[in-house]
Design a protein around this ligand. Structure first.
Ligand SMILES: [Zn+2]
Length: 278
C-alpha cells in the first residue's frame, strides 16, 4: 500500500487560507481543501492542494468542527467540475481551520474528527493555522501552520471496533509550492471573497433561529422587546462584519494588488534589459 509522505499546498491556496484566518480574531474559520494524489515512487505519494472553499459552520461553539453534509456535497460537485475543466484529478482531500489565540496543535476533538474523515478516505489531511497567538517572550505576532493526520490507539489491541482509544497526532510534512495552473491563480480570489458571505449567512441564520424560538415561547407572537433585542444584536454583528472583516479584507487585497503591480513593473524592466543584452 502506498504511503502518504507529504502535502504540497499551492502558494495561492496558502495565501487565501492565511488571509481568511486573519480576518476574524474571535471565531475559528473553517474550509475544505480540494486536490489530488501524485505518486512519487512505487510505494509513496504526496497530496497536492489547488483549491480552498470556505465553509459555514453549523455549530459555532469553540472546538465544534463538524462540516454540514450539504456543504460537503457542494464541494464534491465542485471537485467533479474542476476535474472536468482542468483535466487534473480533484477530490475533497482535506479540511482546514484556524486557532485564533491558541497553539497550532490539534485538540482531542480535532484528532477525533480527523480520524473520522480518514475512515472515508485514508489520504484525507487536516491543516491548522494558529493566528493572533503572540510569542510570549517577545510579544510579537506569530503565525504557525501544521498539517496532520491521526491514528487511533486502542486500549485493547485485539478490539479494533472499540471507540475508547485515544487519538494520536501524526505530523505530515507540508510544502508551499508555486501554483502551476493559471486557472487556479485566476480563481483564487473567489475563496477569499466567499468568507464575508459565509459569515453573513451564519449571522442571518442565527437571527432567524432566535426569532423563531422567541415566537415559539410566546404563543407564536413576537414580543416587541425580543424584536428590539435580536434586531440590535444582528445590526451590531453586521457592523462588526464591515469593520473587522470587509474593510481590512479590501485593504489587504489592495496591498496585494500594489505589490503585484510593483513586481510586474520590476519583471518588465528585467525583461527589457535582458532583451537589450541579446
Ligand atoms: Zn482545532
Amino acid at each position: 500500500m502506498s504511503t502518504l509522505v507529504g502535502v504540497n499546498l499551492s502558494s495561492e491556496v496558502f495565501y487565501s487560507c492565511l488571509q481568511t484566518a486573519l480576518t476574524t480574531e474571535r471565531e475559528e474559520i473553517m474550509g475544505l481543501l480540494l486536490g489530488g494524489k501524485v505518486r512519487t515512487s512505487s510505494n509513496e505519494h504526496i497530496i497536492t492542494i489547488h483549491k480552498y472553499v470556505s465553509v459555514q459552520r453549523s455549530d459555532k461553539r469553540g472546538d465544534r468542527v463538524e462540516i454540514p453534509a450539504e456543504q460537503l456535497s457542494k464541494c464534491v460537485t465542485l471537485a467533479e467540475r474542476l476535474t472536468k475543466e482542468t483535466n487534473i484529478e480533484h477530490r475533497v482531500i482535506g479540511w482546514i481551520h484556524s486557532h485564533p489565540h491558541i497553539t497550532v496543535f490539534p485538540s482531542h476533538v480535532d484528532l477525533r474528527t480527523q480520524n473520522d474523515y480518514q475512515m472515508m478516505d485514508p489520504d484525507f489531511i487536516g491543516i491548522i493555522f494558529s493566528v493572533f497567538n503572540n510569542d510570549p517572550s517577545t510579544n510579537i505576532g506569530r503565525i504557525q501552520v501544521t498539517c496532520f493526520q491521526s491514528r487511533q490507539n486502542f486500549s485493547d489491541p485485539n478490539d479494533i471496533y472499540s471507540q475508547s482509544g485515544d487519538h494520536e497526532h501524526i505530523q505530515i510534512p507540508l510544502g508551499i509550492v508555486s501554483s502551476d495552473f493559471s486557472y487556479f491563480n485566476r480563481n483564487s480570489a473567489d475563496s477569499i471573497l466567499q468568507l464575508p458571505k459565509t459569515i453573513l449567512n451564519e449571522h442571518k441564520n442565527a437571527f432567524s433561529l432566535f426569532i423563531e424560538r422567541s415566537k415559539l415561547n410566546n404563543s407564536n407572537q413576537l414580543h416587541p422587546m425580543d424584536t428590539i433585542f435580536y434586531s440590535s444584536v444582528y445590526q451590531k454583528k453586521l457592523s462588526c462584519l464591515m469593520e473587522y472583516l470587509c474593510l481590512p479584507l479590501v485593504q489587504s487585497l489592495q496591498d496585494r494588488l500594489d505589490y503585484l503591480d510593483d513586481l510586474l513593473e520590476q519583471k518588465k524592466k528585467e525583461l527589457a534589459s535582458l532583451q537589450k543584452k541579446k
